[in-house]
Design a protein around this ligand. Structure first.
Ligand code: 13P
Length: 233
């Protein structure tokens, strides 16, 4: 195995451990995948993250065959990881969790409307809730593809949430932002209901946030800014 692939596998495990430590997921729930060349690398099904080692992750070819290889069976949710990566070439990583607040909203079958301007990070003015289907089925993956149209995240009815990013780091950052948004919406509902930002207000935010994201230096050290003397006005 190439060093680059080994490091990506380790990075997936590190993110799994991080999301559980941060309360973004619990136990063996959730799964993570990352694109590597013409395949995806994905966590094995039903395995404690603490026990996972890089060589235990499975690969699935991103061609029509969907051939998997590995010492352990891929996540039962491989279908939506595979279908999303095939449909959306810009996606480099997918994080699926059963985080408490996003899942609570998904249990009520609510989408998240524009309750906070940060919703713009997810590609539009809402984060939709995908229709219910049994976990691990093609039907669930089909619902996910619909809910993810022009979006980087969706809730899964009575199940959880998923987030797609260009990189593993961006996907996990978005997962954390989505759970925060879900928590804020949950509390607003307790307080009597949320005021929803208008399409006009959100259009302004979308324009402003177009270039907002993880510090570029995180994903590309070469691009660390050299514009230290640029005026802010
Ligand atoms: P896996 O252990 O098969 O990845 O399943 C966990 C899960 O979250 C199913 O939705």
């Amino acid at each position: 195995m190439e060093l680059e692939e080994y490091q990506l596998r380790q990075a997936i495990i590190d993110q799994c451990l991080w999301m559980n430590a941060k309360g973004l997921n619990q136990g063996n729930s959730g799964n993570i995948s990352a694109r590597y060349k013409n395949q995806l690398i994905i966590t094995p099904t039903a395995m404690a993250y603490e026990a996972m080692r890089p060589e235990m992750l499975a690969t699935i070819s991103l061609d029509d065959q969907a051939e998997w290889q590995g010492s352990h069976q891929p996540s039962s949710e491989w279908r939506f990881h595979y279908d999303l990566m095939r449909a959306r070439p810009e996606i480099g990583a997918i994080v699926h969790t059963h985080s408490t607040y996003a899942t609570s909203l998904a249990i009520t079958r609510r989408s998240i409307p524009a309750v906070h301007y940060m919703i713009a990070l997810f590609g539009g003015n809402d984060v939709r809730c995908a229709d219910y289907a049994t976990y691990g089925t093609q039907a669930l993956s089909n619902h996910v593809l619909v809910a993810m149209q022009d979006r980087k995240a969706c809730l899964l009815a009575n199940h959880g949430m998923l987030v797609a990013g260009e990189t593993l780091a961006k996907a996990m950052w978005l997962a954390s932002e989505l759970e925060t948004l879900a928590e804020q919406y949950y509390h607003a509902l307790q307080l009597g209901g949320a005021v929803i930002l208008s399409d006009e207000q959100m259009a302004e935010v979308q324009a402003k946030l177009a270039n907002y994201g993880l510090n570029q230096a995180l994903t590309n050290p070469e691009s660390a800014s050299t514009k230290s003397a640029t005026t802010l006005k």
